[in-house]
Design a protein around this ligand. Structure first.
Ligand SMILES: O=C(O)c1ccccc1NCC(=O)[C@H](O)[C@H](O)COP(=O)(O)O
Length: 205
């Protein structure tokens, strides 16, 4: 079965339109103002995406109010949350119809003390300054073990490229893959040819 493919860090309507035509499963919009790839939710909300392509908002330790504002204004389908603290909670009633994904390093994957039922885990690299979007691969051995041992679907992220994504899929066998740096000209500016090559390689793995 084809892996779920998310292209993350979309910062322009032009990139969004060209990448949508390649039919990934999801597009990611960084909602953390300190990122070079940050795009305001109100701007994202003005952009249309084809039916069937999920709109993912990417957050770092967000408040419920921040999530609610972005979900509404950016018309999000998914909340991807990095750096949650232990005991973190979210009132799912406030976010009916949205999925909630938790982004962690492979060695951090734990069942939230809050017992929060995430819809997906995204295993990623981490940098204390940039948090995500590092362009560095994470521990695929640990990721492979987690995919085998957990029921919850897992996306693999971190340093994926058109050149390594097939190998990553064959080794880790994730539910999905996620990429940003590996298909860019510069942060927030995507290389459409690389995006197409990434999608093709992932689907041929
Ligand atoms: O991309 C960012 O700038 C970013 C900043 C803060 C938190 C998360 C961020 N990105 C999250 C993603 O889902 C990226 O696609 C993921 O980290 C993989 O990035 P890359 O290694 O560049 O492919």
């Amino acid at each position: 079965m084809d892996p779920f493919i998310k292209i993350c860090g979309i910062c322009s309507e032009g990139d969004l339109g060209q990448i949508s035509a390649l039919r990934p499963n999801a597009l990611g919009f960084i909602q953390w103002p300190k990122s070079k790839r940050y795009i305001a939710p109100e701007t994202v909300g003005q952009w249309e995406t084809p039916e069937g392509i999920r709109r993912v908002g990417v957050f770092v330790a967000p408040s419920e109010a921040e999530l609610a504002h972005a979900a509404q204004h950016a018309r999000l389908d998914v909340l991807q949350i990095h750096r949650i603290s232990s005991g973190w909670k979210l009132d799912r009633e406030l976010f009916k119809g949205l999925e909630v994904w938790c982004a962690l390093k492979p060695d951090e994957l734990y069942f939230s003390e809050a017992g929060f039922p995430f819809d997906r885990y995204l295993l990623d690299s981490y940098d204390p300054k940039t948090i995500g979007g590092t362009g560095e691969t994470c521990d695929w051995e640990k990721a492979q073990t987690l995919v085998r041992s957990l029921e919850i679907p897992i996306l693999l992220a971190g340093g994926l490229t058109p050149q390594n994504v097939a190998t990553a899929i064959r080794q880790v066998k994730p539910w999905g893959v996620d990429v940003s740096s590996g298909v860019e000209i510069e942060p927030g500016v995507k290389d459409i040819a690389k995006v197409e090559a990434f999608i093709d390689a992932a689907r041929e793995a």
